[in-house]
Design a protein around this ligand. Sequence first.
Ligand code: IPM
Ligand code: MN
Length: 368
Amino acid sequence: MKDIYEIAVVHGDGIGPEVCAAAIEVVRAALGNQSPLNFREYPAGAEHFLMTGESFPDPTFAACRDADAILHGAGGIPGVVHPDGTEAGLDFTLRLRFELDLYANIRPIRLFQGVECPLAGVKAGDIDYIILRENSEGLYAARGAGVQLRGELAVDTLVQTRRGVERIVRKAFELARQSNGAPKDGVKRVTCCDKANVLRSYAFFRSVFDAVAPDYPDIETEYVLIDAMTMHLVLRPQHFNVIVTENMFGDIISDLGAATIGGMGLAPSAELGDRNGFFQAAHGSAPDIAGKGIANPYGTVLSAAAMLDWLGEKNGDERLAGAARDIRHVTNAAMSDGLLSADLKGAWGTAGITKSLCERLGQLRVTI
Ligand code: IPM
Ligand code: MN
């Protein structure tokens, strides 16, 4: 337990500043006057790149590395690119992942009470699984290192290492152990999602999965190929508990999973290494709705709750774990009371939702 936890905050681009500010307000309300969190802001992102030519200044990197946790709004503006055509606003997220070795990207997909599910006949409680995305290698490992030859061909290389696959697979089994199992049958189950039938790199991923699985005899295992997975997540999401997969596949099915619970605005994410933790919603910067006050803050609020959970557990600090529980409690209640933003067919703006979450948190403390 520490007296003060330093949180490095990068607001980023588009709706990033709006949802990030909302999450900080909610965390402050959850912790009250005695909050041990010290939020300090640092610049990075596409806007910053446009102004200064730098997307991720060194002092920002150092502050993130040394902080107790990192909170981010969202980054990137389409068209703001490096000479190689890739987006400058993504440097922040991607460099943190690689340079701080944030190998475990935990993305819970959960259908909330009060939110309409686009899948027929599926109700709250039916969808509750984790996509565990390998976050430090896979196809993304080629970022900045691919080859483009004479404007005629381009190659990016997919990298899988035994160490990298083993640690993410172990994490998947640990998460399944701590979970309540799949909604359909309560079975604790880890699904290895790959394309082992076609590519050696994925066959290798699967073989490492097979080598680790016997250490967790209490957890059921199965394989699902990535193409079939896109179908299963739509047709029988109730079956899944923890899905472990390569970086790029994890990126893609994160958005698919989010769509099944009402949209990207509801999908939190925690990117963890052995020392650092980085928290941001799984969605992007949505420049088309930036500054309008209509961005959905729930994804970032829930990511901030994940930050409190992680910090609380790491530091044996029950205050933080309690605040995380409270935030999830009021978030569930607010959604089920119909406090929904435009993306969820609701009429509530960012400020209104944030204010209500804070009031509900205040109320909770009075009641206790
Ligand atoms: C995500 C995002 C990122 C990714 C971007 C912002 C680099 O889409 O976290 O899913 O591609 O991984
Ligand atoms: Mn993504």
